[in-house]
Design a protein around this ligand. Structure first.
Ligand SMILES: [Zn+2]
Length: 162
């Protein structure tokens, strides 16, 4: 009869607990990317394109004001992360940050597979602890893999409010 748990078993248990934490207590945060510029279908450098939907000969292109393009709708996605609002809850206290102003900095922990999403983000939208406001944060440091046990599974990183 065997009643020991090998390394792999312990790792799986700890990983399972950490996964549960993120899945149960994590917040859905919206990751917003820089808007994509779309080429105007009506003009090229302010001159009407033959066949464009809004012909014009004088003045500015009625579709894009002759900017030759316009910002397409905001591109975003949602990730689930644990949000630590108070610096004393942080895994990695950030040096040289002004942390006396409440809610200006947060630390998040999430799945490492989401790192490419946050690295390309313009900002992240987080619901305030009281649930009454949406705050925008930008990345304030490199995402760090905190795992000695579950390497490559999670990331932790700081954000600053914008
Ligand atoms: Zn145009």
């Amino acid at each position: 009869m065997s009643n020991y748990i090998d390394d792999t078993g312990i790792r799986q248990i700890i990983q399972g607990v950490q996964d549960d934490f993120i899945d149960l207590w994590g917040k859905n945060c919206r990751i917003v990317y820089p808007p994509k510029l779309v080429e105007c279908v009506n003009c090229a450098n302010g001159t009407w394109k033959n066949g464009g939907p809004m012909p014009f000969t004088y003045g500015l292109c009625p579709l894009c004001n002759s900017k030759s393009g316009y910002a397409a709708q905001e591109v975003s996605t949602t990730i689930k992360v644990l949000v630590a609002w108070r610096a004393n809850q942080w895994i990695y206290p950030v040096k040289n940050l002004e942390i006396r102003v409440p809610n200006n900095y947060i630390e998040t922990k999430g799945y490492y597979t989401d790192v490419p999403k946050i690295k390309n983000a313009e900002y992240m939208v987080v619901l305030s602890p009281d649930g009454f406001a949406h705050y925008q944060f930008k990345l304030a440091g490199e995402p760090i893999d905190p795992g000695s046990i579950s390497q490559g599974r999670y990331f932790v990183c700081p954000w600053t409010r914008i």
